[in-house]
Design a protein around this ligand. Structure first.
Ligand SMILES: Nc1ncnc2c1ncn2[C@@H]1O[C@H](COP(=O)(O)OP(=O)(O)OP(=O)(O)O)[C@@H](O)[C@H]1O
Length: 253
């Protein structure tokens, strides 16, 4: 049952692989509609935390709750159906398909229909309509028929977000959305993320190394270090925290 508590909550999450402790007792509650940045040095466990939230990996101990429901044992697909969407550090696009075909596949998966690339001219179809709408939302309507592999880097990232939006998620996890994006495209992507967050009330968790991006977007910052959550507070409080400064900011300066 959905209720007014945090939309996403992890409690005492642990993950060990082959004797190595990767995630070490992380607890975190994310209120509905929050934009949360996740930062930390390389290897701190940020992507692994996203893997545990999205169901790509299962924790050794601890729980993940989505909208009040315990989803710890649920698959990626079940969590996606429950409203959790995610992008990856590496591109998940089909380079040889057009922009609209990429989003249509995501829409077909979300709508529960069979996946198909066959076009039915004039018939529209719910998946195609939804795909066009999401392309419009991310500002790529004019690239509907451009193959994904031919898009500029920033537009590829926008296309990935359009695919994410095809399933109408209420929580999205963005893993380094600015990775590989030229400085000219950063503003546009930030605007897009801000718009998705504000217009749809979507809860956003974002791993991002660019501090200017993070600080320009988030309500709170979570700092990971050696698999632990070192701090989770307003950006101002986190930046002023001496433990964070020595563990993260000092370490990467
Ligand atoms: N499947 C795995 N098997 C073994 N070790 C793993 C596995 N996945 C991650 N790790 C290790 O866990 C640690 C955390 O990795 P993770 O990718 O979550 O860090 P990160 O904070 O996202 O780093 P980056 O900023 O470099 O992406 C690293 O030391 C990594 O080598």
């Amino acid at each position: 049952m959905s209720e007014p508590g945090p939309v996403l909550a992890v409690r005492d999450l642990h993950l060990s692989i082959g004797g190595a402790v990767i995630i070490d007792g992380v607890s975190l509650a994310v209120p509905r509609g929050e934009m949360l940045g996740v930062i930390g040095p390389n290897g701190a466990g940020k992507t692994t935390l996203f893997n545990l939230l999205s169901g790509v990996m299962r924790p050794t101990a601890g729980t993940v709750h989505l909208a009040g429901d315990d989803v710890t044992a649920r698959s990626v697909d079940a969590r996606a159906r429950a409203g959790l969407g995610r992008t990856f550090q590496t591109s998940s696009l089909f380079d040889g398909l057009t922009a609209v075909e990429n989003v249509r596949l995501a829409a077909q998966a979300a709508l529960g229909g069979a996946l198909s690339l066959v076009r039915f001219p004039g018939r529209g179809g719910a998946a195609t309509e939804r795909a066009r709408d999401r392309l419009d939302q991310v500002g790529l309507a004019h690239h509907e028929h451009t193959v994904a592999g031919g898009l500029a880097h920033g537009d590829k990232r926008k296309l990935e977000i359009a695919m994410l939006l095809a399933s109408d998620p209420h929580v999205i996890l963005l893993d380094e959305p600015m990775a590989g994006v030229g400085s000219a495209d950063v503003e546009g992507l930030m605007d897009l993320i801000r718009r998705v967050h504000r217009e749809h009330g979507t809860t956003v968790l974002m791993v991002e190394h660019h501090m200017d991006v993070v600080l320009g977007l988030v309500d709170r910052l979570a700092v990971m270090h050696h698999g632990q959550l070192l701090a989770c507070d307003s950006p101002e409080a986190v930046m002023a925290d001496p433990t964070v400064q020595s563990a993260y900011l000092g370490a990467t300066a």
